[in-house]
Design a protein around this ligand. Structure first.
Ligand code: IDP
Ligand code: MG
Length: 154
C-alpha cells in the first residue's frame, strides 16, 4: 500500500471543513494511519514547499499556511497517491472538477483547502517530516475484506 501526507490547510480549518474532508477519505476506504492538529512554522514550510521558495507568491503562501492550526493526516491505501490526488483536484480550485474537494469547496489557487503528496516517494518523505514514528499506526481495519479483494492488499 502507498501512503500520502494530507494537510487540511487553514482555508479548510477556518471554513469548518475538517469533518467533511475526513469523511470523504473514510467513505472512500482509505486507512487513517495518523491524524493530529499542529501549527506549521516557517522552517517546516520552507522544506515542505522547497520547490516554490523562489516564486513571487511564496511569502503570501507562508502567511496563509501559518494563519491557523492545520490538520495533518497520513492516509494509506492501494495506489493511494493517485486516488487521493484525484479526489483533491487541480491546484487552482476554480479549475478543479466538481466532485473533487477543491472543486466543491474552493475558489482560489492559494486558499485551496488541502495538500496531498504527489508521488509515492514524497508520501514517505512528507509523512516523516510531519509525524514522529510513534504517531503512525500500522493496523488493518476490520472491514478490509469489504474494501479490497485478497489480491489487492499489497
Ligand atoms: P499542489 O498543492 O496542487 O500540489 P503545488 O504546485 O505543489 O500544488 O503548490 C503548492 C501550493 O502552493 C498550492 O496548493 C497552493 O496553495 C500554492 N500555489 C501554487 N501555485 C500558486 C499560485 O500561482 N498562486 C498562489 N498560490 C499558489
Ligand atoms: Mg504539490
Amino acid at each position: 500500500m502507498q501512503q500520502s501526507l494530507i494537510i487540511i490547510k487553514p482555508s479548510g480549518v477556518e471554513r469548518g471543513l475538517i469533518g467533511k474532508i475526513i469523511d470523504r477519505f473514510q467513505q472512500k476506504g482509505l486507512i487513517i494511519a495518523g491524524l493530529k492538529m499542529m501549527r506549521l512554522d516557517e522552517g517546516l514550510l520552507r522544506e515542505h514547499y522547497a520547490h516554490l521558495v523562489d516564486k513571487p507568491f511564496f511569502p503570501s503562501l507562508l502567511r496563509s499556511m501559518m494563519a491557523s492550526p492545520v490538520i495533518v493526516m497520513c492516509l494509506k491505501g492501494k495506489d493511494a497517491i493517485a486516488v487521493i490526488r484525484g479526489m483533491v483536484g487541480a491546484t487552482n480550485s476554480r479549475n478543479a472538477a466538481p466532485g473533487t474537494i477543491r472543486g466543491d469547496y474552493g475558489m482560489s489557487s492559494q486558499e485551496n483547502i488541502i495538500h496531498a503528496s504527489d508521488s509515492e516517494e514524497n508520501g514517505i518523505i512528507e509523512t516523516n517530516r510531519f509525524f514522529r514514528p510513534e504517531e503512525i499506526f500500522d493496523y488493518i481495519p476490520g472491514n478490509i475484506g469489504y474494501i479490497y479483494s485478497p489480491d489487492e492488499r499489497d
